[in-house]
Write a protein that binds this ligand. Structure first.
Ligand code: PAF
Length: 279
């Protein structure tokens, strides 16, 4: 496996891969890889000849009060995992490799990024779109794989790709959960045992909502109320619990099976967790 820190060198290597006729897949990550990330690499490997994994904790998507400085790292383990999964290259730039000191250009999606997590984190998706657009320019992938865990992120990136004509297929890979239902996240490392136990209320409430839909329930209000009650009873304060159109993220009053999702974000003790389910 090749490792790169320089965008220019990675770009040259990717161009050579293209010249050799290889289909390139990109898996953008912030490192501290877990089984969820590995499933993204496997998905990319199924579809592509050459898989590039980027590991970059992107400063521009963190607000000053967020966990940029505390974000967990384990670079040597991450590299070993990428190699074991058959990635052809890993890209580990430093912030200075990605952002010139006087960088003054942003990529901003202005509709899907505004509600839900965007309402709590006003600069987050601008940072995500900017860094993902840069990675797309550096790697020029045919396919890029993102996790469904960050449902709004994938919707925003799909919109950016459509609006800016990136010739890239965006794959949304299913959430990977621990056996008890908790959605895998690098930030789960912040949870105390008590917080982790009560955090299961998020997935439990979503599974119950899906079961209700499968049994015929269509009212978003009924589903959202039940979810709020379940997480609140477990001590988590819902930021939002919303039935949405899976592509546009517009809130729905009635579930449209096959085209809807429920987005959920909850807070407790200064921690914030997100989860979602497709209906
Ligand atoms: O989902 C993430 O880990 C990040 O938001 C991403 C897509 C790698 C951009 O920094």
């Amino acid at each position: 496996m090749q490792t790169f820190t320089s965008p220019t060198e990675l770009h040259a290597w990717c161009m050579e891969q293209k010249r050799l006729g290889r289909v390139i897949g990109l898996v953008p990550t912030m490192g501290y890889l877990h089984e969820g990330h590995l499933s993204l690499i496997r998905e990319a490997r199924k579809r592509c000849d050459t898989v590039v994994v980027s590991i970059f904790v992107n400063p521009t998507q963190f607000a000053p009060n967020e966990d940029y400085d505390a974000y967990p790292h384990k670079e040597a383990d991450d590299l070993a995992l990428c190699q074991a999964e058959g990635a052809a290259a890993c890209f580990l730039p430093q912030p200075g490799d990605m952002y010139p000191q006087d960088a003054s250009t942003w990529v901003e999606e202005t509709r899907l990024s505004k509600g839900y997590c965007g309402a709590q984190r006003p600069i987050h998706f601008r940072g995500v779109c900017t860094v993902v657009a840069k990675l797309f320019n550096i790697v020029a992938p045919d396919v890029a794989v993102f996790g469904q865990k960050d449902f709004q992120q994938v919707a925003v990136i799909r919109r950016m790709v459509r609006d800016l004509n990136f010739p890239i297929e965006i794959v949304r890979a299913p959430i990977v959960r621990d056996s008890d239902g908790l959605a895998k996240s690098s930030r789960n490392t912040y949870l105390t045992p008590e917080q982790r136990a009560t955090a299961l209320s998020l997935s439990r409430s979503l599974f119950a909502a899906k079961a209700a839909v499968d049994a015929g329930e269509r009212s978003a209000e009924v589903l959202e109320t039940a979810i709020r009650q379940t997480v609140t009873a477990a001590g988590w304060a819902p930021d939002y619990a919303t039935v949405v159109d899976a592509e546009t993220l517009v809130p729905l009053q009635q579930v449209a099976p096959g085209a809807s999702a429920i987005l959920l974000a909850c807070r407790k003790d200064g921690l914030r967790l997100i989860d979602n389910i497709l209906l």
